[in-house]
Write a protein that binds this ligand. Structure first.
Ligand SMILES: [Zn+2]
Length: 491
């Protein structure tokens, strides 16, 4: 990718910003801001509908179609999925982000090795059950959009050999086991071949150009087969581990960027506990791959889908993400990120507010943001009132640093309880609306009038057991995929 001088200038700006204000902002006590308006509202005052629910607004919710894809229970799965969509409509939500990884995509596209495998059988459309197609059509009858939620590095599960690595595909372009990334830890343990069975391979190497081609081809096939999909939502576009990747390709890339011995990439790559923020070279090398892919993805998307929406999610602190190749602030400034959804999973609404505004400052003017509030996430959960406060707090941050606030995402949809639904439709989602990228401002959603008790009787949350990687024979048994926390990062 050209323009590394520009990147250096960007880096200087970002460092200066960190020195001047970032440390304080990242602290837990230094912040005060507009969120106080939420708590100071006199309960007897009329509802302030400055940002009225009739204004276009993203009201997203994250879900996994494979919750309902167990082919042994198709009638039940279909019924539960419809009930879940009813629940989403009752809650006033208008956008579903549907998580599907490349293995599921391969099955839905008819790739025999996946559609006929016992391990992938639950994806098999031959069972007269196309959960993605039905999700889209059923959602549309409820005036809800469905966006494919996808990771182009695919690190979330490692139990099964993924299509990107499979050299024997019949329908899709063949992959290559050599596309796997290698962690520093694996390299230091003597594993230099990405296709070696002892290499975890949770993520493809972002510097593998053939994999970029593969991904765009497969996404094109998905959107051809499911033309009703309303958008594409990219999951954390980079690595989970900061010591990834040190493979032969990345070493060559490092050598060409810095005119240095390629093997020296190893000396610039650190584990999370090391002060890697002080060393730009490995970060620069991995962002080289993600920058290149995201630029291509944006061009591909806008050529194909005109004004349809492309969005990304990540953390709220760019410097935390960038060391993983998740270079979203720079991509936003390049114009490649139409909508950014920072994950702000906390039960502290002041912290939520400062995190949202911190992300806004990184995105800068003319960017659009929709923070993701946690219903229930890996580290905790929120009660109804906290979720409602955080949605309002996001709205109140509109315009901070010149960044437009587009609405909110809710994670995860499996925690869309009866209480949560009643709370959401009471306020802030009193009236239904469409996301603001939608052509029509009016929504035909029927707002729910079921009581909490009636909602509880629906119980749309009977998930298939197949989605747990631990249930699958041959599951990856390497180190945990998540071994880093904010604390260990020293920020
Ligand atoms: Zn690599």
């Amino acid at each position: 990718m050209e323009g590394r001088d520009g990147h250096d200038e960007w880096r200087d700006v970002s460092r200066r910003r960190l020195l001047q204000g970032g440390s304080a902002l990242l602290g837990s006590t230094a912040f005060s801001g507009v969120g106080a308006a939420v708590d100071d509202t006199d309960p007897t005052d009329p509802v302030d509908d400055t940002l009225s629910a009739v204004e276009p607004e993203v009201r997203g919710v994250y879900m996994m179609p494979l919750w309902y894809w167990d082919t042994a229970e198709v009638p039940t799965g279909r019924q539960k999925m419809r009930e879940w969509l009813d629940r989403a409509e009752e809650s006033g939500l208008n956008t579903v982000f549907a998580w599907i990884e490349s293995d599921g995509v391969a099955s839905l596209l008819g790739e025999p090795a996946y559609a006929e495998s016992d391990y992938y059988d639950f994806w098999n459309p031959d069972h007269q059950w196309d959960p993605l197609g039905e999700l889209v059509s059923e959602a549309h009858t409820r005036d809800i959009e469905v966006h494919l939620w996808y990771s182009f590095t695919r690190y979330k599960r490692s139990a099964l050999r993924i299509p990107e690595y499979n050299p024997d595909l019949e329908v899709l372009p063949t992959g290559d086991p050599d596309w796997a990334s290698i962690r520093l830890e694996e390299w230091e343990n003597g594993y230099r071949d990405p296709s070696h069975s002892m290499v975890g391979g949770e993520a493809v190497c972002v510097n593998e150009i053939d994999c970029h081609d593969w991904t765009l081809h497969v996404l094109g096939r998905v959107f051809d087969q499911y033309p009703g999909l309303d958008g594409l939502h990219i999951e954390e576009p980079g690595y989970l581990a900061v010591d990834r990747c040190v493979c032969h390709r990345c070493q060559e890339r490092y050598g060409s960027i810095f005119d240095d011995d390629p093997a020296n990439l190893i000396d610039h790559t650190y584990y999370a506990t090391k002060p890697y923020y002080d060393d730009e070279r490995a970060v620069h090398t991995r962002c080289h791959g993600t920058d290149e892919f995201v630029e291509r993805l944006h061009g591909w998307w806008t050529d194909r889908m005109d004004d349809e929406v492309l969005s990304f999610n990540g953390s709220w602190a760019w410097e935390w993400d960038r060391v993983r190749g998740r270079n979203w602030a720079q991509w936003s400034h390049e114009g490649w990120v139409p909508y950014f959804f920072p994950q702000v999973y906390t039960d502290d609404t002041d912290y939520f507010e400062h995190a949202v505004q911190y992300a806004m400052e990184w995105l800068g003017e003319d960017a659009t943001i929709a923070p993701i509030a946690g219903l229930e996430w890996g580290g905790g959960s929120n009660d109804v009132s906290t979720v409602l406060e955080q949605i309002e707090t996001g709205r109140a941050s509109d315009g901070h640093a010149g960044t437009a606030e587009a609405g909110a995402g809710l994670f995860s949809g499996h925690a869309l309880s009866a209480d949560m639904t009643v709370g959401l439709r009471g306020q802030p989602y009193t009236r239904s609306t469409s996301p603001h990228w939608h052509d029509e401002e009016e929504s035909d959603q029927s707002r729910g009038d079921l009581t909490r008790e009636e909602l509880e009787e629906q119980d749309p949350f009977a998930f298939t057991s197949h989605w747990r990687a631990a249930d699958v024979p041959g599951a990856y048994t390497g180190p945990p995929l998540i071994e880093e926390t904010f604390e260990s990062l020293g920020i």
